[in-house]
Design a protein around this ligand. Sequence first.
Ligand code: NAD
Ligand code: DAU
Length: 354
Amino acid sequence: MILVTGAAGFIGANFVLDWLAQSEEPVVNLDKLTYAGNPENLSSLRDNQAHRFVQGDIGDRALVDQLLREHQPRAVVNFAAESHVDRSIHGPEDFIQTNVVGTFHLLESVRAHWSGLESDAKTGFRFLHVSTDEVYGTLGPNDAPFTETTPYTPNSPYSASKAASDHLVRAYHHTYGLPVLTTNCSNNYGPYHFPEKLIPLLIVNALAGKALPVYGDGMQVRDWLYVKDHCSAIRRVLEAGRLGETYNVGGWNEKPNIDIVKTVCGLLDELRPKSGGGHYFDQVTYVKDRPGHDRRYAIDASKIHKELGWKPAETFDTGIRKTVQWYLDNPEWVAHVQSGDYRNWMGQQYGASA
Ligand code: NAD
Ligand code: DAU
């Protein structure tokens, strides 16, 4: 049994779906169902007894204590977070509350639980914290990619809150010996990505005939990784990562935003040509830049490759094609997210008790 937090969101849902496709080990999924939590992501697990969903906050000590006591997980994988940089600029408070205070409470519950375990269970226990490359700040055009020893210089309220959580996790290992692992990953893309983030926003806006907003000059660089490759890296770190270590995860795939826009638009031109003719790229609109916008991220993923033998299975070409195709094949998911109907899903699915 493992306890996974935030698994109604984009990456956590992909992680649980992949986990249960490959293993019979049950998962308890603790998710608060903020606007980003979409239980519809997990609708294929409806009849799967190995998945138990619990709506709740990682900061709710009584609830987490009870889940740990009741299920005795051998590992906790922490995806739960506020994750969108632009939202953190408009309203940082939720980011501090969940990413910093919530992670602290979760660590306290886990520490108390782990301290009381018998020796074998105690030795085998893991707390894996899922973090981001944004904690390292921004790179110049000729700088080497981030390694695990790059100093933390977070620039947004989001990345500062993730950096704080990473430091807490590290401190719980150093001070209490809690068996922790941390992963710092670059930008993910793939199925179930909430369309506030660049790639799904481009796809759904393009199809709806809306503007494709490009911040500033569109030359900011991100290092894109297909979400299922991130999930396989987390599984590998959980299995074999060295305690107290951090592992950078990335796709060796740096691209300026405007190239992402061109690729997505090109795929849509091919797979769903515009009914009246013309090109989706014509919908691009340059808009005001994000305040404090990090110019470039790039991950050096050689440590996880050398130590644990992990490497991505998808290239950007294969991953982005699958992603665009997934959005074309799942218009209902897109419609429910856009209309807000996904928020009623628990009620529809489970009745008034949900
Ligand atoms: P997401 O916003 O899609 O999902 C976050 C999930 O956490 C949601 O289901 C939400 O309901 C849940 N949640 C929020 N606050 C909670 C709380 N207090 N208690 C319990 N659940 C709560 O995020 P994502 O893109 O899936 O990211 C997951 C994790 O991976 C985050 O920690 C993020 O920092 C990290 N990460 C994301 C990326 C990326 O490109 N998306 C890259 C690297 C790391
Ligand atoms: O690097 C990992 C991080 O990647 C994760 O930790 C975050 O949780 C995740 O949201 C993501 O952060 P970004 O800010 O890089 O992702 P986003 O999709 O918001 O933006 C990607 C780039 O595209 C960024 O340079 C901003 C730009 N952008 C974004 C949006 C939403 C646009 O030009 N227009 C847009 O409308």
